[in-house]
Design a protein. Sequence first.
Lengths: 256, 290
Amino acid sequence: MKPLLEVDGVTLRYKIPGSVITATEQVSFTVNEGDRFVLLGPSGCGKSTLLKAVGGYLKPSEGRISIKDRTVTEPGPDRMMVFQEFDQLLPWKTVLDNVTFPLMNAHGLSASEARAKAEAAIDKVHLTRALHSYPHTLSGGMKQRVAIARGMAMEPDILLMDEPFAALDALTRRTCQDELLRLWEETRFTVLFVTHSIAEAIKIGNRILLLSPHPGRVKAEIIDVDKVSATDGSAGRLEKQIHELLFTETDQAEAH
Amino acid sequence: MSDPHSVAPARIIMRDNHAPLIHPLEEKLGLMTRLWDDGFVRKAVILIALAAIWEAYGRILNNPLLFPTFSETMQAVVERIEDGTLPARAWASIKVLLMGYGVGVVMAGSLTILAINTRLGSDFLETMTGMFSPLPAIALLPLALIWFGLGNGSLVFILVHSVLWPVALNTHSGFRSVSQTLRMVGRNYGLKGFSYIFKILIPAAFPSILTGLKIGWAFAWRTLVAAELVFGVSSGKGGLGWFIFENRNLLEIPNVFAGLLTVIVIGLIVENLIFRTIERKTVLKWGLQS
């Protein structure tokens, strides 16, 4: 089976005043249709930068990113983003309008078609009661769920999630994670998920790409993550193994 | 017994008590308290008190030539409205104002759009606003009179000057403060060029834009009335400023007061009614301002 997303030898560099920083070097991975692919690593491993490059916000200085064989050159609605920040909803639009807006603008749906689709997506994240509320009246968790509904309603090739639950409190984060998994069970969309939490990566992903920092390089790929379970302790063991992998890396970095 | 986990298991002790609440969940306040909580009512009371003081002072002074009482002023207002002078003069002022304001806002918009798309445009806007915003528009009137003559042209010129810089400055800083996340969301939708500006940047920067429009309006209104005091527009159909100036020359002081009052009332209506309504329907509703 041909992979959906191919990241091939991608080096990402960006300018800060006075110098150029290498965020990732020669990173390669592929994501298949229906994958819950997690980019995991400590801060400074360039995982968010990598996700933004897949989103089309920055160009690789080396290598190629392609989705369904089209090279990614600019942002587009075939790769819907869900950000960590709560201000990702347009504050001047209600929950419903926030979801219909890209449907009408990017997919050219009529108002009634967009509305039907949006209502279905909002219903899936259990926010029908907030349909006509403005974002500033919602809690952080509700905003993130609207953002997920907005992304799913667009039926993108891949959903790109940049630490979407990192700013939530622990209880809300767990419900949101469960909800994301339940939504995936229903529609089997493809998702590329960035996190720095090992537990979250194991819970969400079926494949994990482990990145080492400064600059971001692939350290390991973990497959069949969905085979481990929290009840028999295998998830805990995997968490510990990953933790050790990351720790030896920091020890080496400190020794330099 | 040796297992430490079995020594003291956690227990749940139910303490749910369904006794009636001692304090009502919600209590209605009295009519007077509710009225006094309304800012509008409190301000109305202040206005009535001020009018009463004015009336009393005018009567004690008993010099209608220098300081007419409140009732004499109100009488003058009613008479000038009935004979159509005040509405005609007010309309003459507003017409010129709208022209200048419209041209100024459109120019500010084009300048800002240029500024956000090119670095040079941004430098240009910053230099121009830096140079011209400290310059009172009224100071350009002598020049404007030479260039455009005694007519609406001169007024529109200085009005544009008074509106353009504050609106451009606020719009530009509003655009620049739009969060990186919202910009990325807009581009994620594939929005580009004008649709990106009109569908993402302008609504996101609307609080700043509205502030700019309000400041621009306030500058323009004050500048216009001041400019009209300097020269009576040709063909004897001047605005409110000229009405005030004319009546002072005729020593019709109640009419002067009536003119001043009209200037205040129009200012209040635009600032508190029109702009306030726009605010309530946009930035307040969106939670961008509280």
